[in-house]
Design a protein around this ligand. Structure first.
Ligand code: AMP
Length: 215
């Protein structure tokens, strides 16, 4: 299974990618998470990326293609991958296609998470991530359950992403419309696009995603 999840920031791609990874054992590859790891590690890439991410802008295409090339070369990606947050530009999509055609492993399907802008606003304000295991929660619709801890048994340590504040969210949504939305047509023309309604309970969206990728 080689999947691309496409959709606005906050549309639930990351949450669904984590759930699909747990069900299918195919790894979620989130470029946002890879960049946040670089920020946390304080590497040169991380320091440069932090400035761009905090401004709600996109990290440049050659850097992102380098990151994805390295990540997809790791052994776990031999089973396939669930790309979450990549590609975000036409240049990235062309780069991904070239990379995958070299290894004869093209993308099987692209799933577009469609969501009302009003619902998006509520999702951002309640979104929290665990500092230690990286799982994504929502204070109202998906809080950690009692006894549902990190793998080491410690309770989740929730924080709000620094780029989830109102101003940066507005910027990120504008960047999505301008740079990433053209990918909808790009993948539709290639016969790869499946649209799903991304509003509703986690289980409803799970089912719609399963339906889309089994077709
Ligand atoms: P995400 O966690 O996917 O919302 O990504 C958080 C931030 O990381 C984005 O707002 C961008 O600044 C950066 N980022 C993640 N993926 C990409 C990408 N494919 N291309 C450029 N920037 C990215």
């Amino acid at each position: 299974m080689r999947l691309v999840l496409l959709g606005a920031p906050g549309s639930g791609k990351g949450t669904q990618a984590q759930r699909l990874q747990a069900r299918s054992r195919v790894p979620q590859v989130s470029t946002g998470d890879l960049l946040r790891e670089a920020v946390a590690a304080g590497t040169d890439l991380g320091r440069a990326a932090k400035i761009v991410m905090d401004a709600g802008q996109l990290v440049d295409d050659p850097t992102m293609l380098g990151i994805i090339r390295e990540r997809l070369a790791r052994p776990d990606a031999k089973r396939g991958f669930i790309l979450d947050g990549f590609p975000r530009t036409i240049v990235q999509a062309d780069g991904l296609a070239a990379l995958l055609s070299q290894i004869g492993q093209p993308v099987d399907a692209v799933v577009l998470f469609e969501i009302d802008p009003e619902v998006l606003g509520r999702r951002f304000s309640g979104r929290r991530s665990c500092r230690r295991c990286g799982r994504v929660f929502h204070l109202e619709s998906n809080p950690p359950r009692t006894g549902d801890n990190c793998a080491d048994g410690m309770p989740h340590d929730l924080f709000q992403r620094p780029d989830d504040n109102d101003e940066t969210v507005r910027k990120r949504l504008a960047v999505y419309r301008e740079r990433t939305q053209p990918l909808i047509d790009y993948y539709a023309k290639r016969g790869l696009l499946h649209r799903i309604d991304a509003d509703g309970s986690l289980e409803d969206v799970d089912a719609r995603l399963e339906n889309a990728i089994r077709r």
